[in-house]
Design a protein around this ligand. Structure first.
Ligand SMILES: [Zn+2]
Length: 261
């Protein structure tokens, strides 16, 4: 069966679509590979001054979780020509020098080649005369190493295959569905496959009704994907990058298997 994608909805940071003609293993491999997409995040912080109420470690952790957008291409440190020392190609440096009283926002982090995805995220509050002086380095990493290197969330459901027999005029079904997927059209029960999460509430209910049968089975080849970006990249790019990550891993296996010759 040919693989087909149908777009359902798209917002700035969210997308959903149906992928037809794959199987559960492929869908799951794509989901897991989101953790292998190289993503930029602050990885080391050097403090020169921290008079704030937060310990260095806690503030460093907060900085690590700030979603960053690269405006130029970075390479992974391990694969860089600097051999892991850190250079402009693999590392973005940030500076933060500020004094209270004020709330310090992510937009106060200054760097070249990188900008913060959300400039108005509060980092810390400084009282009068409290000072912060620090430098930080951001590098590319993958979610398998640390969750801060994850570009977003990807999950999927099986597409429901819905079979309805009889059930004419059974308006009481509308109340049964917790997802509000059931409507009555021309006196017939109709279930929206995009709202249905195959909970089985309507199937159970139909067992106690005469001349009415509802059967819902999860498709083994069609899946509804949902992606939410944390702001570093567009949600559709997360899907493409996850597939690239699978491709890269398979390439490595092919390359290594040449040893057998
Ligand atoms: Zn480098």
């Amino acid at each position: 069966m040919a693989i087909k994608i149908e777009k359902l909805s798209k917002e700035k940071e969210k997308i959903s679509f149906i992928v037809r003609g794959i199987n559960n293993s492929v869908a799951n491999a794509i989901r897991r590979s989101v953790l292998e997409i190289p993503t930029l995040a602050i990885d080391t912080v050097e403090f020169y001054k921290n008079d704030s109420a937060l310990y260095d470690e806690i503030l460093a952790h907060r900085l690590g979780l700030v979603p960053l957008k690269a405006t130029k291409t970075f390479v992974q440190r391990g694969k860089c020509t600097c051999k892991g020392k850190g250079c402009l190609k693999c590392t973005a440096t940030f500076k933060l020098n500020t004094k209270g009283p004020k709330t310090v926002y992510t937009q106060d982090l200054k760097s070249k080649g990188v900008e913060v995805a959300y400039p108005e995220m509060p980092l810390i509050f400084l009282n009068k005369d409290q000072e912060i002086q620090l430098t930080a380095e951001a590098t590319l990493g993958i979610g398998k190493e640390h969750a801060k290197f994850t570009p977003g969330l990807l999950w999927f459901n099986s597409y429901p295959i819905i079979e309805i027999e009889g059930c004419a005029g059974a308006e009481d079904f509308v109340k049964v569905c917790p997802r509000k997927a059931i409507t009555i059209k021309d006196k017939r029960v109709s279930i929206d496959p995009l709202k249905c999460d195959i909970c089985g509430a309507c199937v159970e209910y139909s067992k106690n009704k005469e001349k009415c049968s509802i059967k819902i089975t999860p498709s083994e080849e069609d899946f509804i994907f949902y992606i939410e970006s944390f702001g570093q990249t567009k949600p559709e790019e997360i899907f493409i990058d996850a597939i690239k990550a699978i491709d890269d891993n398979l390439d490595k296996i092919v390359k290594d298997s040449k040893k057998f010759k």
